[in-house]
Design a protein around this ligand. Structure first.
Ligand code: CA
Length: 232
């Protein structure tokens, strides 16, 4: 399989850049490199890459500035490289609109899986404009008709349950923070009501997962939020 996607690497650490260069070359991705936040923003504007791999600790400005700038006008997928243990940085980056993160030191397989998921999500978002059907693990969601079925049998979802599912599908593969979900599903005034999420996620799992206690695709991302994964 050839990868035609073009990736922008924004990272000042030469060792990590060398590693990413070797990895992306082996995978057949095209890529460009930037060493500072301002160079990253300039390259993003000039090249319009399909995805950005972004370090948060950059010499001129925080990597968060790149996310803020890109999200003003574009949904280009952004995967953040963060130092292990910096939970707050990760959540802030996700809240600003980053798609995902990998903690340093990261395994190449994990990074590539996140990149594939983010690129796949970008294509699902493009399809949704045309009313696509989302499928994972026996679950089928017709987004245009708002019909959900499990193993061919229609399941009734309440409007809030459907909106929560729809939001997770829109961000499929991506970690989405509790705050993001609350704002998108319930509105900004409910951004702190994490108990809503626990209740409604439990309901969704009960209706959609074969074993709600051991979910396969409606996953909890401990300390951060939730992630819907696509099981093909
Ligand atoms: Ca750095």
């Amino acid at each position: 399989m050839t990868n035609t996607a073009e990736i922008l690497i924004v990272e000042d650490d030469p060792q990590i850049r060398r590693f990413l260069r070797a990895t992306f070359t082996a995978e057949g991705y095209r890529f460009h490199e930037a060493l500072t936040a301002s160079e990253g923003i300039a390259q993003w504007a000039a090249r319009q890459p399909d995805l950005i791999v972004l370090d948060l600790g950059l010499p001129d400005q925080d990597g968060a500035e790149v996310i803020r700038h890109v999200r003003e006008s574009s949904q280009t997928p952004i995967i953040v490289l963060s130092a292990r243990g910096q939970e707050k940085d990760k959540i802030d980056a996700l809240d600003l609109g980053a798609d995902d993160f990998v903690s340093k030191p990261f395994a190449v397989g994990e990074l590539l899986a996140r990149i594939r998921a983010a690129l796949r999500r970008a294509s699902i978002i493009a399809d949704q404009a045309e009313g696509a059907i989302f499928r994972t693990s026996g679950v089928e969601v017709d987004l245009a008709r708002r019909v959900t079925s499990v193993n061919g049998r229609e399941v009734h979802l309440t409007p809030i349950e459907f909106r929560l599912l729809q939001t997770l599908i829109r961000h499929v593969g991506k970690v989405i923070t509790q705050r993001q979900l609350l704002v998108e599903v319930w509105g900004a005034q409910h951004s702190e009501q994490s108990q809503y999420l626990r209740v409604y996620m439990a309901q969704l799992r009960r209706k959609l997962e074969a074993d709600p206690a051991r979910p396969r695709f409606l996953l909890t991302e401990p300390g951060v939020g939730y992630r819907l994964v696509e099981i093909v």
